[in-house]
Every structure is written in structure tokens, then in C-alpha cells.
Design a protein around this ligand. Sequence first.
Ligand code: ADP
Length: 246
Amino acid sequence: MIEILDLHKSFGPLEVLKGIDLRLEHGKVLVIIGPSGSGKTTLLRCFNLLETPDQGSLVLADVKMDFTAARKIPQKSILALRKKTGMVFQSYNLFPHMTALGNVMEGQVTVQKRSKAEARKRALELLSKVGLADKAESYPHQLSGGQQQRVAIARAMAVEPEVLLFDEPTSALDPELVGEVLKVIKALATEGMTMIIVTHEMKFAADVADTIILMDEGRILEQGTPQEVLEQPKSARARQFLNRLS
Ligand code: ADP
């Protein structure tokens, strides 16, 4: 249900993605690992067009796109794709002037045109799901980093995306707050939410992923099950990267 073929992206003279191919079935979890600067975040951001690829194609549910550097993607197509994706950023990016409840209601009212009552009901359900029913009226600055990130996950889920995209969701957190966020993501995986996750948490990656890709210098170096990629990597470079972590 998600497929990209021959995806390329450059920033000026720097080619950051050098031909990426991958497929992800509905309900599966893809984890992207690799050294810093290998293109993980750029690849993730291509899935909702926060970065526009220069070449290649993307299929996400019923949205299909072909990219060429010469052609601008129409705004309508960008919005169609964004409606299918929910993004969770490293730094939470909550609206600071809105409560947790307001944050989770916002997209439902503006993008999905739900009534406020309906949006509120769903927001409360989602806050409860991420363990924050009692924080609905709190503002972001009154919440810990782990709590803010859980609100961000509820917000991303609220618009019922086909896929959730996570960009290093725990790397801004104090170590003692990492577990509570990973637990929420793991629960979503168990429920069959389709997710693409960039992370440095290898134990978590092994636990949650159906497929792991290991990127290096803009290419996929290894791709397979957690066991294949983490325990039996084929390339010397992958072994080198994984050894540095352990
Ligand atoms: P990773 O997530 O694996 O650390 P990134 O996708 O963030 O890698 O970055 C890959 C490369 O692209 C890096 O060299 C980075 O400096 C560069 N890069 C990322 N975003 C931009 C940008 N907006 N403009 C210019 N260079 C960028």
C-alpha cells in the first residue's frame, strides 16, 4: 500500500537520496536506521512532501505521484497526500497556545471539517489512549517532554492517517522519559497501525519493526527483518555501523 521507486533528492549539489526503492504493506512497521547524515530524515519527509523528491515515484493508498525536478507538484495533490499521513517530530511541535485537547482537536476541525463536539470526543479518546486523559486541559509548557510527545502522537492519529511517520521521536527526551513514548508507539504497532519510524533506539527497532532498512550515504545498504539486518548483516559497512552501537 506504500511504495516508492527510484527516489532521488538533492539539496543543491549534494545528492542526499540516490535511488531508494521500498514497499510497505498496510498494518506493518518500517524502521529506518543508519549513520547521521545518511538521508533517513530526508527520506521520511518525502512521504508527506515536506521534501519534494527530484525523481522517482510514490504510491500511498490511492495517491500516486511521479516526480521530476522540472515539474512542481500541485498544491491539491500535496494536500491529498498530507491527509493520508500523520507526522511526529523530534521536538513535538505542539501549538503552544493550545491545550493538549485543543492540539488534538485542531486538525480534525480544520482539515477534516468535523464538528467541535465530535472532534472533542475523539480527542479525549485519543488522549486517554496515550495515557493523558487527566492532562486534557494542560498547555504544552505544563507537560513533560514525554507527555508532550504523547500528545503529538494523539494529534497525528486524530486525522485517521493511513500511515504515521516518526522522526526520531525520542531523541529530544531525557532518558527516563523515552520508555513511556516507546510504549505508546509499540501499542499502536500491536493494533496494526502502519508506521515508518526513524530511530536510534536499536532495541526498540528490533522489537517493533516488521522490516528494517539501514541507510548509508543516500542508499539502502541492508533491508530485511530485524534479525536479518541487525544480527546477520551482509555488508562490512553495516557490521561496522552496528558494532559501533553495541
Ligand atoms: P539523517 O536523518 O540520516 O541524519 P538527513 O536526511 O537529515 O540525514 O540529512 C542528509 C544530508 O542532507 C545531510 O548532509 C544534511 O546536512 C543534508 N540536508 C538535510 N536537509 C537539508 C536542507 N534542507 N538543505 C541542505 N542540506 C540538507
